[in-house]
Write a protein that binds this ligand. Structure first.
Ligand SMILES: Nc1nc2c(ncn2[C@@H]2O[C@H](COP(=O)(O)OP(=O)(O)OP(=O)(O)O)[C@@H](O)[C@H]2O)c(=O)[nH]1
Ligand SMILES: [Mg+2]
Length: 328
């Protein structure tokens, strides 16, 4: 079968032959891979480009790791949320439209090469979304799984318009399993005992919902993941309302916001104290000031579970939105 190579492919190939350093060669091979017509006649050539890409990337990595290369993203905001997914799934586009970050979005796979954090505003909180390179058998940056392990929770972005959705989902899940990472649902309990597998609470994003094909992918995702993991359909384009994303990330992270009040004054609603669900009054007091723990006498609460101003004890479990007046 003739290959019918496009002028764009041929130009990239000329550029590749002239490229001197490995980074430039990688960029050209990526261009060739995205421009090559995808049919039986080019399968061998596609495989050959992928092999060359892998060799170059491996060499580059060996060089950098000798120098003790490692990548970390400092945590900022209420929670760090890693973007996980196959190449071209729509991770960067989502971070770009929901945060202040400028990411690298492209119509070819492996566009993202380094982690890019961006802050997503949700009411009086900010979540740090971290855009990452893709998870793929073809190539996986070794530090990507370290960042996922270290994050508080993750968003698993799946291209719902992809006819090959099942194998992409299985590939990501399989690679993470090999790296001892398991993406679990928001409600799945985390075991307190030592566990060599890092379990990370995850929300599945059915991406590219503006594509007419995506409804089939969404149905497949719901059938495959729910009820254990929630699936949130989204599009990075058009007039999508992203407030639901903030709310869902809030729920995923099991957090509550509690406000401090000094007697006779109004609480400061712009400065919530962030606690984990299940934490109680004394955990809140510890965050406000250590003196409140040592010299605690009593506290009053304004919230959903008690009547206004009711006295509560140290072990009183708190709820989102509670207002507390500490007395020592
Ligand atoms: N129709 C549609 N296209 C999208 C959407 N989000 C992303 N895309 C397109 O999908 C392609 C890949 O998007 P990216 O955001 O770069 O994907 P990625 O997951 O970051 O890809 P890698 O960095 O390779 O892992 C680009 O051509 C985007 O324009 C969407 O919501 N709708
Ligand atoms: Mg990307």
């Amino acid at each position: 079968m003739p290959a019918n190579l496009t002028p764009e492919y041929k130009a990239a190939e000329v550029e590749y032959r002239q490229a001197k350093d490995p980074q430039a060669k990688i960029a050209c091979l990526e261009k060739m891979l995205s421009a090559i017509p995808k049919h039986k006649g080019t399968e061998k050539l596609q495989a050959d480009i992928k092999t060359r890409l892998k060799r170059l990337r491996d060499n580059l990595l060996r060089k950098t790791s000798k120098k003790g290369f490692s990548i970390k993203v400092e945590k900022e905001g209420t929670a760090q949320v890693a973007l996980v997914g196959a190449p071209n799934a729509g991770k960067s586009a989502l971070v770009e439209v929901t945060t202040n970050a400028r990411t690298e979005t492209a119509d070819h796979p492996f566009a993202t090469r380094s982690p890019i954090p961006g802050m997503l505003q949700f009411e009086n909180l900010q979540f740090q979304l971290v855009d990452l390179p893709p998870i793929s058998e073809e190539y996986l940056e070794p530090w990507v799984t370290d960042i996922i392990r270290n994050a508080d929770t993750s968003l698993w972005v799946v291209d719902a318009s992809d006819p090959d959705i099942a194998s992409k989902v299985q590939e990501v899940s399989h690679i993470l399993e090999q790296k001892k990472i398991k993406l679990i649902g928001a409600k799945t309990p985390l075991s307190k005992a030592y566990d060599p597998v890092r379990r990370i609470r995850t929300l599945v994003i059915a991406a590219k919902m503006d594509d007419p094909q995506a409804k089939h992918g969404l149905a497949w995702l719901r059938n495959f993941f729910e009820p254990e993991k929630s699936v949130l359909p989204l599009s990075a384009f058009g007039d999508t309302d992203f407030s639901i994303l903030g709310r869902t990330i809030f729920d995923l992270n099991h957090i509550i916001r509690v406000f401090s009040k000094t007697p006779g004054k109004q609480p400061d609603f712009s400065r919530p104290f962030v606690l984990q669900r299940g934490e109680c009054l004394i955990d809140f007091a510890r965050q406000v000031h250590k003196d409140f723990v040592a010299q605690f006498r009593y506290a009053r609460i304004w919230g959903v579970s008690k009547f206004d101003g009711q006295r509560i004890q140290r072990d009183q479990e708190l709820n989102d939105g509670d207002i507390i007046e500490l007395h020592k």
